[in-house]
Design a protein around this ligand. Structure first.
Ligand SMILES: [Zn+2]
Length: 468
């Protein structure tokens, strides 16, 4: 097949515009299926959402089927693209499951009756799953549909994986990817489950923070002690633990674990300039949550700290007496939960080892400590110089008429790590959500303008893959 011409791309985009209402109607059909993966009562609905998704892809000429897992099925679909296709084999990932709807009384319309509402940015879709993630991956399907209908067919070699357990931790996904490694082999991952900077400013997310979540318990005497009889000579594990955790940061907010920053990549000047130009209002960001002064690592802006720097936070600390009044006790043990948000190539197992060394180095004589790593995910940074990041930035810039930016995200998307570990591929994160979309909350919504631009952007990206 010859490379698509600019006329072809223009007619595909026109088709997207002309078919927007039908695209929306199809999304609404999917949104009506209450595919809440966490709740056993919705098991059949999850299956129905998977079947509905499979049927859409069959209708576009994909080879599509449901594959069982110990939990909800995975939809897998393949299309070889045009004969002689020489572009990348793209693996698109989305999830058809949604979060529970509680507290349901706070919804202004029933969560599974998608509603078109007028908002300050035009029409918006209100329903559970509107943006997370049904609305986002349906943009890709609708872009494929426009190509299928007027662009001469599916223009690229594509594998689609739609998971039904993202909202319950994707426990079966990585084993599934391993078991189907040969079938899912591709050159590039593509996911639409992230956000824009704002409604006018598109973005590619190139950084996701990982996590090491650790619990520790420090023990001293074999029982709780009377602080009058033993205070002053018996080791107090709460004092000791508080002192150790107090050492986590130095006076500049630098984390003191040995080797902690070895794998943290510095922020490039170009990246810093781009983020500075966004004019992020740190005072308003903090003011929203009732804070009047910034905190954190010295020498970095708020966005840099959120997107490109690791953190250490004590999430809980307990021990001794905490009920009403006073009790003069020296506790036998003290515990804390400590989490590290990780960036770049920081590895949770390595950070776990660093933390154990940090604590052991400071452990007073007579104390023993136990550790437990609850969960871990490495930081993720996509090479922002890659050809596909550049192509996606071009696409977004063409679509929005202004430069797209490279963003970070403070949170993590575990599948990105799985795709890298199991399939050895990098992932392009091109999403169209907004900060106020209320994901996981009542009245989740997706702006129609984001949905529309998102379909068009995916249609343009497909043209890039095809070499247009
Ligand atoms: Zn979600």
């Amino acid at each position: 097949m010859p490379k698509p011409s600019s006329d072809t791309v223009a007619s595909v985009l026109q088709r997207v515009d002309a078919g927007l209402e039908q695209s929306r109607d199809r999304l609404f059909d999917l949104l009506r299926i209450p595919s809440i993966s966490a709740q056993p009562a919705h098991k059949a609905d999850c299956l129905r959402a998977a079947e509905w998704s499979r049927d859409q892809l069959l209708g576009l000429g994909f080879r599509a089927e449901l594959r069982p897992t110990p939990g909800h099925p995975v939809v897998v679909a393949h299309h070889d693209g045009p004969a002689g296709y020489a572009g990348p084999h793209v693996l698109f990932y989305g999830h058809y499951d949604v979060q529970p709807v509680d507290p349901v009384e706070l919804w202004h319309s029933p969560p599974f009756e998608p509603t078109l509402v007028d908002g300050p940015r035009g029409k918006r879709f209100v329903a559970r799953g509107a943006v997370d993630d049904k609305g986002q991956w349906m943009m890709f399907v609708e872009a494929l549909r426009a190509w299928h209908d007027v662009g001469g067919g599916i223009p690229a070699r594509i594998t689609i994986v739609l998971e039904g357990e993202e909202e319950v931790g994707s426990v079966n996904l990585e084993p599934f990817l391993r078991a189907n490694k040969d079938d899912l082999k591709a050159d590039l991952g593509l996911i639409s489950d992230t956000g824009m900077w704002d409604v006018h400013t598109p973005a590619i997310t190139t950084r996701l923070r990982g996590m090491a979540y650790i619990e520790l318990t420090l023990k001293a005497a074999k029982r709780d002690l009377h602080s009058g009889l033993y205070g002053g000579s018996a080791l107090n594990p709460i004092n000791a633990l508080a002192k150790i955790l107090g050492d986590l940061h130095d006076e500049n907010g630098r984390i003191q674990l040995p080797g902690f920053y070895d794998k943290v990549r510095p922020i490039t000047n170009a990246q810093r300039a781009q983020w500075d130009a966004l004019g992020f209002d740190e005072a308003a960001f903090l003011g929203d949550i009732g804070l009047t002064a910034p905190s954190g690592e010295r020498g970095y802006s708020a966005l840099e700290r959120l997107w490109a720097r690791p953190t250490a936070d004590v999430n809980g600390i307990w021990g001794g007496y905490t009920a009403a009044g006073s009790k003069t006790v020296i506790a036998a043990e003290a515990s804390a939960k400590v989490s590290f948000r990780l960036v770049s190539d920081q590895d949770p197992q390595e950070v776990f080892a660093q933390f154990q060394q940090f604590v052991n180095d400071r452990l007073p004589a007579g104390a023993i400590v136990t550790f437990d790593l609850h969960s871990g995910a490495p930081g993720m940074e996509v090479n922002s110089d890659s050809a596909w990041v550049k192509a996606a930035l071009d696409v977004l810039t063409d679509e929005y008429g202004k430069p797209a930016i490279l963003m970070g995200s403070g949170g993590s998307i575990p599948v990105v790590t799985s795709l890298r570990n199991v399939l050895g591929i990098d992932t392009l994160l091109m999403g169209f959500g907004l900060d106020d979309d209320q994901i996981h909350s009542p009245n989740e919504k997706f702006e129609q303008t984001c949905f529309h631009h998102g379909i068009r952007s995916h249609a343009r990206l497909l043209a890039k893959f095809a070499g247009a």
